[in-house]
Ligand binder design. Structure first.
Ligand code: UN1
Length: 487
């Protein structure tokens, strides 16, 4: 990287890159070429978490007193640096997480937009004045930072998710303990480096690398941590929420999805198939907003299935840095095993295999953790492939008789993150927008993605608490205080 910082494999505490107290290291692996090691990553202990919280607590008062517009200026500089380092960051992202270079470039661009949006909120941390029912009384509200907050992030968007959590947390005036996924620490370290180089003072942002369970527990157990923003699986999120609730720690959860696209009789079939392919195979299906179900009206079923299968053929798997590759590897062997198990379960349950990518035969795909596009058809809404999050390039086509049965199938899952419908009929579109049980509803637009200025998040097993991104992010990272003044 262009920075002069030390090798980004260590913890960052109180303004220095430091070895963990365990002195242990683990290998960071390129999932497209598993023989290639990208670095040696320090393995933290709960004692390191305590040191990071000590540092954040010590730095907090001065940071909260720094005027919000100045905090915003520092964070904006971090966005500018991220933009300048765009290509290096994207290459690193491809090497460490596996997504293709164009996907990585798009992720960095999105991160820049998120950090910039949050930075600008430094001048807009407004409250309101409220008329009092009593004479000679003036009432107003202010937004206070919470104190020390923790951000726990996953490996699948290892630059964007840290960016959209850390930036609003910092602009709001909090001191942060950042615990990124163990699989993508180099990306996390480079995000931190942008904030440091942008001018975030020592102790205000701290990062600890290491095993999720033990370190999260240490974060949850420390009374000084006032809020935890978590993105990851629903199982882990649920546990975290239950534990944090014991001491009334504020929690924001962004979790899994089982997102459906409904394809109506009058849909633009080409657009619908393109949307399902992109949503299912993009980022190798490793995103919470991935399209994993296509609910298709019977009149369009044969044509849609053919079109989708043809599109799947164009998603060539390989090393994400290579030209023409559209599908990177699965992130590690554990995930690879899970994806293969879920595909095997679908076959066992009797889903019809249109395309099976679970065991690629091309020699160059032996070097990494690859699964090729996989399509199931004639899927019953109750089958596990239609119910469980797969987190791989796998999509299930579910036939439906009419709109009513389609929306019923779409809603018949535990998750509620994102959804979409392809139709040209205005009343179907609005009806669906009203009836879809998802936090983010789309009409003639894929289930994936999101814009910096727009709230992001789901309902049911997909999310809990304030939304991320947009101004909503500041609802989570601030506390409202009401002031009554008698004059
Ligand atoms: C996207 O759809 O582009 O973990 C973003 C995830 C989500 C982010 C998805 N929190 O996949």
């Amino acid at each position: 990287m262009a920075t002069s910082g030390p090798l980004p494999v260590l913890n960052y505490i109180a303004g220095s890159w430091v070895e963990s107290t365990s002195r242990e290291r683990v290998r960071d692996i390129n999932p497209a070429r598993t023989s290639e090691s990208l670095g040696e990553i320090t393995v933290s202990t709960p004692a390191d978490v305590t040191h990071a919280i000590d540092a954040a607590a010590a730095a907090y008062q001065e940071w909260r007193r720094t005027p919000a517009p100045q905090r915003g200026d520092i964070v904006r500089k971090a966005a500018d640096l991220m933009e300048r380092r765009r290509v290096e960051l994207a290459r690193l992202l491809t090497e460490e997480e596996g997504k293709t270079l164009p996907e990585s470039l798009a992720e960095v661009d999105r991160s820049v937009a998120n950090v910039r949006f949050a930075a600008a909120q430094g001048t807009r941390l407004t409250g309101e004045t409220i008329p009092s029912a009593q004479r000679g009384t003036f009432i107003y509200t202010v937004r206070d930072p919470l104190g020390v907050v923790a951000c726990i992030t996953p490996w699948n968007f290892p630059i964007a998710i840290p960016a959209w959590k850390l930036a609003p947390a910092l602009v709001a005036g909090n001191a942060v303990v950042f615990k990124p996924a163990t699989l993508t620490p180099l990306c996390a370290a480079q995000v931190v480096q942008c904030f440091i180089d942008g001018g975030v003072p020592d102790g205000v942002l701290n990062m600890i690398l290491g095993p999720g369970d033990a370190l999260s527990r240490a974060i949850i157990d420390d009374e000084r941590v006032k809020a935890i923003s978590f993105t990851g699986s629903s199982a882990v999120g649920r546990r975290l929420y239950a534990q944090a609730a014991q001491r009334l720690c504020k929690v924001q959860l962004e979790m899994g999805g089982k997102n459906a696209v409904i394809v109506m009789d009058d849909a633009d079939l080409e657009k619908a198939a393109e949307s399902v392919a992109g949503g299912a195979f993009g980022a190798t299906g490793q995103r919470c907003t991935a399209t994993s179900r296509a609910i298709v009206l019977r009149s369009r079923l044969v044509d849609f299935t053919e079109l989708l299968a043809a599109k799947a053929d164009t998603w060539r798997a390989g090393d994400g840095l290579a030209d023409g590759v559209r599908l990177g590897p699965i992130v590690d062997d554990t995930q690879l095993r899970k994806v293969r198990e879920r595909i095997a379960a679908g076959k066992k349950e009797g889903a019809r295999v249109v395309r099976d990518g679970s065991a690629p035969t091309k020699p160059d795909l032996k070097a990494g953790y690859f699964v090729e596009p996989t399509i199931f058809a004639d899927v019953d809404p109750n089958m596990s492939v239609a119910q469980e999050e797969i987190f791989g390039p796998v999509v299930s086509i579910i036939p439906a008789n009419d709109y009513e049965s389609a929306i019923a199938a779409a809603n018949a899952v535990g998750y509620g993150l994102s959804s979409s419908i392809y139709t040209r009929d205005l009343s179907t579109a609005f009806r669906y927008a009203e009836e879809s049980e998802a936090g983010m509803v789309h009409v003639n637009i894929p289930t994936v993605g999101g814009e910096a200025q727009v709230p992001f998040g789901g309902v049911k097993d997909s999310g809990l608490g304030d939304r991320e991104c947009g101004t909503a992010a500041f609802d989570f990272f601030t506390e409202m205080r009401v002031v009554y003044v008698g004059y």
